[in-house]
Every structure is written in structure tokens, then in C-alpha cells.
Design a protein around this ligand. Structure first.
Ligand SMILES: Nc1ncnc2c1ncn2[C@@H]1O[C@H](COP(=O)(O)OP(=O)(O)O)[C@@H](O)[C@H]1O
Ligand SMILES: [Mg+2]
Length: 460
């Protein structure tokens, strides 16, 4: 728009400039003709009388030139007005408007002109005598309003054309924008959902580069989807296959531990064997749980309205013994009663109680694993009208700020986690479970001070 405005401005100026040059040329031609007639009068008069008589010359010249302009004037070399004619009639006692500068300039040998506000052009030109002296100035006044009218018309056409052009440009750029941004938005949306591992078909009904890009994205999405499915299936199959031999190994180790009473060295080895096969069994169980999640839609899970105070109390009791062994105390603070509720507040959420217990137990297990003794683990249930909030706070080793996000990924264990055994799957399983029930998990931690894991669920 700006550059277009500049162009219009320049064109407008150019029209002004060049049309004035045309007018100037026209006037010069006219002045030349008039000068010729004037000099004819001068020559004739000289040949008839010998000595020039100014009054007579002016009269004759005016007589001859009176119709050559709206007004015609003759000045002498001292800028004195000698005679004038208005509308073809010679006037003897007029006191017209005189542009002295123009007359001066004409007397110095070149023509000069002025245009007044009411579009009158005053054009002065010198007339030389037989000695080539600028003896007279001939001036005519021309009404050039017709010229301004034409200019205005040209300008009008120019602006109307420009307006039309701008409308056209605007409409076409809107059309182009709509046609290109819409598919780009679609592609962007597809790429974003791919990054969340949500694969969907991408198709654009066009043959250009964007259409090709859509096809490329589509086939990439399908291959990624297949690959991830294959990988999950593989993990699931392997876990299944490992389950039976592992059970056998565990059973035999148990048998060996119990049977060996004499050799302390062997006893230690058998105990280690049992411990490791327990760890492997847990890992396999976690992997199987995850693959169950990967396969099942949320509608396959049984969800029931569950009272959370009771559920958390149960978990706290179950984990109590393990904590006590390590010199850790678990404290559970139930939800505070609402004013109208004299007894214990009942806080409900729509969850699968078995899975939810598993998730909370997992978090308490982490709290025990990553805490020293003596220390305290605090379990707290809070609620708002729309949410159930479960907090598990420990005084353990904590998680570094830059690892808070990553520990929620599968198999990721923080750098300071080597103090305890683990697979790095627990948190990601908790996350999946909570998200299945439309909730989310939040982690806050300070290295060396402790960690608080918060589960937020919609209240039922
Ligand atoms: N309460 C906690 N205190 C300190 N670190 C924790 C705690 N909970 C989880 N983490 C860190 O997050 C990582 C992932 O946890 P998780 O998925 O349960 O795996 P793991 O099998 O190692 O317990 C752990 O390895 C540990 O580094
Ligand atoms: Mg864990």
C-alpha cells in the first residue's frame, strides 16, 4: 500500500510537470508568432516614417494583436505600460495587475510567466528593435482553467484506477493467504499430534508442493505408527516369554536358599539370586502393565466411584512395614471435614481402585527408596469442589531441577538414583494411570531436602 501510494504520488507529480511543459511550449509558440507580427509593425513603420514613433507603433501593434489573448499588453524598456487590450478591445485608461518581475525578466532577454490562483497565465516576452535591443515587452494573459479541468479529470481517472487496483490486490492476497495458510496449518497440526504420538491420516486435495508434503507426512506418520506398535508388541511378547522361566528361576532360588544351612558363602549367593529374580519379576510386571496400557483404550478399564481417604489409608498401612524396616515413619493426613459435614469428609474420584492403589504405592515406594533414616513421609489428601489432590512428601535425596521432566519418561533414572535399585518405569506408569482417569501428576523437588509428588484428579 505504501509503495503504491508513493507511485501514485510520483505519477501525479509527473503529470503536473509534463503538462506544464506542454503548456509552456504552446505559449512560447504563440509568443513567437506575436513577436513576429510586432516586428512586422516595427519594420513597416520605420520604412514609412524613418523615425520610430512609439505611440503610433503601440496603436498599430495593439490593433494587430488585440485578439491574440484574453488581455494583451505592451510595455516600454522602462517597464511602463504603453497600451492594453481586453477581450479584443483597446483600452486607454486601465490600471491592471502587473507582475513586474516578469517584465524585468523579459527586458533582460528571456520570456517569463506567472499563473494566478484563478488560473490566469501571464506570459511576457521581449521584442527587439532594429538594433537588437529589447525595446518593448509584449505580454498576453491566457485563461488556462480548461487545462486544469483536464488535469483534474486525468487525476480522477488515475485515483479511481488506483482504488480499483488496491481492492483487487487486497482480495487476491487474501485469497492467496487463505489458500496457503490453511493447508500449512493443517500440516503443522498433524506434525504436532505426531510428536504426541497421536497418528492420524494427512491428506490435502492438491497436486502442488504442499500436497506432496502432506503425502510425505502421511507416509511418515504411518511408518512411525507401525514401528512404535511393533516395538510395543515386541516388548510385550518378550515380557510374556520371560515370565515362565523367571518364575522357575525364582522358585528354584527359593528352594536353594531354604535348603542351604551349612555353607554361609553359598547361602549369600542363593539369597542374591532370589533378590535379583524378584527384581526381574517386578520389572517384567511393570513392562506388562505398560504394554496393557499401550494396547487398551481407556474404556477397557473398569472405573468406579472410589472413596479416596480409605484408599490412601490402605496404601499407607500396606507400605508401613517396609518403611518401618528402614526407620521411616509414614503419616497420613485425611481430608479436612467440610463445615456442614460433622464426620469425616468423603472425597470421591472416578478411578480403578486397584490401579490407583498401585500408582500411589509406587510413589510411596519411591519416597521410601530415596530417603535415609530416620525420616518422615507425609501423605495428604486435599480437595476443592472440583478436584481431589493427593500429596506424597518425603525428606529424601531430591531430584535436580533439570531432571524433573525426564524422570517421568520410561527407563529414565536420575543421576543421584544409584543409591537404590530400580528400572525407571515406576513414575511413567503412575503418570499413565493418573492420566487415564483424566488427572495429572506434578513434581516438586529440592536436591538434599526432599520431593513432593502431587496427583490431581477430577472430583466425582
Ligand atoms: N521420591 C523421590 N526422591 C528422589 N528421587 C526420586 C523420587 N521419586 C523418583 N525419583 C527419581 O525418579 C527416577 C524415576 O523414578 P521411577 O520411574 O519410579 O524409577 P525407579 O525404578 O528408579 O524408582 C528415579 O530413578 C529417581 O531418580
Ligand atoms: Mg520407582
Amino acid at each position: 500500500m505504501l509503495s503504491f501510494g508513493i507511485i501514485i504520488f510520483a505519477v501525479n507529480k509527473a503529470i503536473d510537470y509534463y503538462s506544464f511543459i506542454t503548456i509552456e511550449k504552446q505559449m512560447m509558440e504563440k509568443a513567437d508568432l506575436s513577436e513576429l507580427s510586432f516586428r512586422e509593425v516595427l519594420a513597416q513603420h520605420r520604412s514609412s516614417t524613418g523615425e520610430p514613433q512609439t505611440k503610433e507603433i503601440v496603436r498599430l501593434a495593439l490593433e494587430k494583436l488585440k485578439a491574440s489573448g484574453k488581455e494583451v499588453r505592451i510595455y516600454d524598456s522602462s517597464k511602463k505600460l504603453l497600451g492594453l487590450a481586453v477581450d479584443g478591445i483597446i483600452i486607454h485608461d486601465g490600471k491592471p495587475l502587473i507582475f513586474e518581475k516578469n517584465i524585468e525578466k523579459a527586458l533582460s532577454g528571456s520570456y517569463a510567466y506567472t499563473v494566478t490562483e484563478n488560473h490566469l497565465l501571464y506570459f511576457a516576452t521581449p521584442i527587439q528593435d532594429q538594433y537588437y535591443q529589447n525595446a518593448y515587452v509584449y505580454e498576453f494573459v491566457e485563461d488556462i482553467s480548461y487545462f486544469y479541468a483536464i488535469m483534474d479529470q486525468i487525476r480522477y481517472i488515475l485515483f479511481a484506477g488506483a482504488g480499483g487496483f488496491i481492492v483487487l490486490i487486497t482480495l487476491s492476497s487474501l485469497w492467496i493467504a487463505r489458500n496457503t495458510t490453511k493447508p500449512i496449518k493443517l500440516l503443522l497440526g498433524a506434525a504436532q499430534s505426531f510428536s504426541r504420538q497421536e497418528f492420524r491420516r494427512v491428506h490435502l486435495n492438491r497436486k502442488d508442493e504442499l500436497g506432496m508434503l502432506a503425502d510425505g507426512l502421511d507416509s511418515m506418520g504411518r511408518q512411525l505408527h507401525d514401528y512404535i506398535q511393533y516395538q510395543k508388541q515386541f516388548v510385550s511378547n518378550v515380557s510374556h516369554e520371560l515370565k515362565t522361566p523367571l518364575a522357575a528361576i525364582r522358585g528354584f532360588s527359593q528352594y536353594l536358599v531354604e535348603g542351604e544351612n551349612e555353607n554361609k558363602e553359598l547361602q549369600k549367593i542363593y539369597a542374591h539370586l532370589l533378590q535379583e529374580s524378584d527384581r526381574l519379576t517386578r520389572l517384567i510386571n511393570e513392562l506388562l502393565l505398560l504394554s496393557r496400557f499401550d494396547k487398551a483404550g481407556s474404556n477397557e478399564l473398569e472405573v468406579e466411584r472410589t472413596e479416596m481417604n480409605g484408599l490412601i489409608q490402605q496404601v499407607a498401612t500396606n507400605m508401613g512395614a517396609k518403611a518401618k524396616d528402614k526407620g521411616i515413619k509414614i503419616m497420613f493426613r485425611e481430608a479436612e471435614a467440610e463445615p456442614e459435614d460433622k464426620l469425616l469428609t468423603r472425597v470421591h474420584a472416578d478411578v480403578n481402585p486397584m490401579l490407583m492403589s498401585h500408582a500411589i504405592a509406587n510413589l510411596v515406594d519411591n519416597a521410601i527408596k530415596y530417603s535415609g533414616s530416620p525420616s518422615l513421609i507425609e501423605l495428604k489428601l486435599e480437595h476443592t469442589p472440583s478436584e481431589v489432590v493427593i500429596r506424597i512428601r518425603d525428606q529424601g535425596i531430591g531430584i535436580a531441577g533439570d531432571e524433573l521432566e525426564r524422570v517421568q519418561e520410561r527407563f529414565y533414572r536420575a543421576k543421584n538414583a544409584s543409591t537404590a535399585n530400580g528400572s525407571g518405569l515406576g513414575l511413567s506408569i503412575c503418570k499413565e494411570i493418573v492420566e487415564r482417569f483424566n488427572g495429572y501428576i506434578d513434581l516438586e523437588s529440592q536436591v538434599g531436602e526432599g520431593t513432593t509428588v502431587t496427583i490431581v484428579l477430577p472430583r466425582a
